[in-house]
Design a protein around this ligand. Structure first.
Ligand SMILES: [Ca+2]
Length: 135
C-alpha cells in the first residue's frame, strides 16, 4: 500500500495581475481520483509574484493513472472576480515512473498575462511521490 503525496512549495515570476501591486496568488490543485476530481485550494499570498505556500495536499491512495494533475494559479481580487493567470499539467503516469521532490515546472500563462520578468518563464516548484507504508 502506498500514499500519494503532492506538495506545492512555491511559484516564481508570476504575472502582474493587479493595477496596484503585483498579484495576490493562490493555487487550485486538481487531482483526478478513482471516481472524481479532488480540488484543493491554497491560501492566497498578498501582493507577491514569488509566493511560498508549502501546501501539502491530503494524501491520496487511489488516482486515475491515465490522467493529469492540474495546477492553476489565480489572482485574488476584492471587488471583481478572481483572475485565472497561469497553469500547468503533470502526467500521473510520469510521476509513477519518475517521482520527484522540489522540481521546478514552467507555467503556461493564459490570456494576455506574461511573466513578471518577461525574460524568464513563470514557474512552480512541486514535489510528487509515493510514500509506502506498512500497517
Ligand atoms: Ca488581486
Amino acid at each position: 500500500m502506498s500514499h500519494f503525496q503532492f506538495i506545492l512549495h512555491s511559484a516564481t515570476n508570476l504575472p502582474k495581475a493587479d493595477v496596484v501591486g503585483t498579484i495576490d496568488a493562490y493555487a487550485v490543485i486538481k487531482i483526478p481520483c478513482e471516481t472524481c476530481v479532488k480540488e484543493y485550494v491554497t491560501p492566497f499570498i498578498n501582493d507577491d509574484e514569488n509566493p511560498v505556500w508549502n501546501f501539502e495536499c491530503p494524501s491520496e491512495i487511489y488516482m486515475n493513472t491515465n490522467d493529469e494533475i492540474t495546477v492553476e494559479i489565480w489572482d485574488k481580487d476584492t471587488f471583481t472576480r478572481d483572475d485565472f493567470v497561469a497553469n500547468c499539467q503533470i502526467s500521473i503516469s510520469n510521476i509513477l515512473a519518475c517521482p520527484f521532490k522540489e522540481k521546478t515546472i514552467i507555467l503556461k500563462c493564459v490570456d494576455d498575462y506574461t511573466p513578471y520578468d518577461k525574460s524568464k518563464p513563470a514557474t512552480v516548484t512541486i514535489s510528487a511521490f509515493y510514500k509506502s507504508f506498512r500497517n
